[in-house]
Design a protein around this ligand. Structure first.
Ligand code: BES
Ligand code: ZN
Ligand code: ZN
Length: 491
């Protein structure tokens, strides 16, 4: 699916179909040509309400001018055309304040909304839109330049296509993607994007003293891998950013085996690593002025005679000892070693980890919102803002002085299981904090909720969503790109 700007008025563009937004239930606009019919059919123009009028070749969808509303409404309109024979569509431009924000939102909504994962279906949905043309006309005759519109569409396309490729990785089943095949795929990405890549196998991990990481992957016949990808910008480097991703290609729970209903969908546990790969790729494609390191901790948490056990005590790369009290709290063990690795090898200005770390984050925030945690309030606030601008839902879960006591161990430096089941997303983050040296530069994103959806949700199809890519890229842009170009709202 492509979005293009056509240097023509809406009615001059020839296309199979027209997408018309009903803004704030206002039917009195020259683009709304079927007013009578819409009223007859009881169409109210509520947010995301879609009506397809085949005879007039128009799809109507209700929305406000808010960018997230536009993003979702566009996806809904595109979905209404799925499986039909129309190849081209056209639409006018709808601007709220900033001339480019909603053009981006439209393109993102179209490309994110057209995604579906059908690789394993013998019968695939046929047809589908190939190109959408945006006119050079705006809803209220606000002005914008074609050049800016083109740039916005290009950027949105890069971001949405990368998000879709992250969805592809996460959706791919665990019999196809395991640590070695994930690493191989990362290698292909590195080759394509001209990124540096280093792959550590189980022997390298031993050499590096990553006992916690190794323990998690030990019972699997698919050995673990650490992948380190690097993007270096051509010009000035404004910051070094390390992004550590949890890449459990499958999480059975290990000896603390998950019950059946919780095990199914656990291919999603590689979402953090998949998004980290997407982010470094986006950094390259968008030529962001920062050095980005993606560190992927890839392992499969399985059962077996040599499985790691509750009661084991493991030594992480930084020498800290960890008492294992639950083998299903494996992500924090992999991340502990990967965080140490990132700090030792990269010495980043910012250290971000992305992980489907805890079911508790979903209890706290619901399915759709990621948890933002860390010790630096200002940095957390910036991530919330980036979330808002990108359309990803994010909320902070606060640390306090009492919670660290819950992860104390009587026999080791720290326990991988908190002594209380309450606040599990926060105590998991505090565990990670034990492996972070410069706490002010660290952010932890728990994407367990938004990474995967068993129902269609907004512009997300069933399955993987690609959560984490857009919020992090937006934070980088706001912090290191827009500021220096004098853009006010950095959208
Ligand atoms: N991968 C899971 C977390 C998860 C659960 C992600 C549901 C997405 C959906 C993680 O490894 C896990 O099993 N966490 C346990 C921790 C507990 C044993 C302290 C959990 O959340 O129950
Ligand atoms: Zn687990
Ligand atoms: Zn897990």
């Amino acid at each position: 699916m492509r979005v293009e700007i056509a240097d023509k008025r809406l009615e001059e563009i020839s296309a199979d179909i027209e997408i018309v937004f009903i803004i704030d239930k206002n039917f009195d606009h020259p683009w709304v040509k079927d007013k009578e019919e819409l009223e007859l059919l009881g169409f109210k123009g509520e947010q995301d309400e879609v009506l397809f009028l085949p005879s007039s070749r128009r799809v109507y969808v209700g929305t406000s001018l808010d960018s997230q509303d536009i993003r979702i409404a566009t996806a809904k309109a595109i979905r209404a055309l799925r499986g039909k024979k129309f190849k081209t569509a056209k639409a006018g431009v709808y601007i709220q304040n900033c001339p480019i924000t909603n053009i981006k939102a439209f393109a993102e909504g179209a490309i994110l909304g057209s995604y579906s994962f059908e690789r394993y279906k013998s019968k695939k949905t046929e047809g589908g839109l190939e190109t959408i043309y945006l006119a050079n006309e705006e809803y209220s005759n606000k002005s914008f330049t074609l050049e800016n519109a083109q740039k916005s569409i290009k950027e949105a396309t890069i971001l949405a296509e990368i998000t879709n490729s992250v969805r592809d990785i996460v959706n791919t089943p665990p019999n196809e993607i395991y640590p070695e095949t994930f690493a191989q795929m990362a290698k292909e990405v590195a080759l394509e994007e001209n990124l540096e890549i280093k792959i550590l196998d189980e022997n390298d991990l031993k050499q590096e003293g990553m006992e916690a990481f190794l323990a998690v992957g030990r019972a699997s016949s698919n050995p673990p891998r650490l992948v380190h990808l690097t993007y270096k910008p051509k010009g000035e480097v404004k910051a070094k950013i390390a992004i550590v991703g949890k890449g459990l290609t499958y999480d059975s729970g290990g000896l603390n085996l998950k019950p059946s209903e919780h095990m199914v969908t656990m291919k999603l546990d590689k979402s953090g690593a998949s998004s980290a790969l997407g982010i470094v790729r986006a950094a390259k494609k968008l030529e962001l002025p920062v050095e980005v390191h993606a560190i992927l901790g890839l392992a499969e948490n399985m059962v077996g005679g040599n499985a790691y056990k509750p009661d084991d005590i493991l030594r992480a790369k930084n020498g800290k000892t960890i008492e294992v009290r639950n083998t299903d709290a494996e992500g924090r063990l992999v991340l502990a070693d990967c965080l140490c690795y990132a700090q030792e090898k990269v010495n980043p200005d910012y250290l971000i980890d992305i992980a489907t770390l805890t079911g508790a984050s979903m209890i706290a925030l619901g399915r759709y919102t990621m948890g933002v945690m860390g010790f630096n309030d200002e940095l957390k606030e910036k991530f919330l803002k980036a979330g808002e601008a990108s359309g990803e839902l994010a909320a902070t879960l606060p640390f306090n002085r009492f919670l660290p006591k819950l992860i104390e161990s009587k026999v080791a430096d720290v326990s991988n299981l908190a002594s209380s089941r309450y606040g599990g997303a926060i105590t998991a983050a505090l565990f990670l904090g034990e492996f972070v040296e410069n706490r002010d530069r660290w952010i932890h994103l728990d994407i367990a909720g938004p990474a995967y959806s068993e129902e269609e949700w907004g512009y997300n199809p069933v399955g993987a969503t690609g959560a984490g890519v857009r919020i992090v890229v937006k934070w980088i842009q706001k912090e290191f790109v827009f500021k220096h170009h004098g853009e006010k709202n950095g959208s």
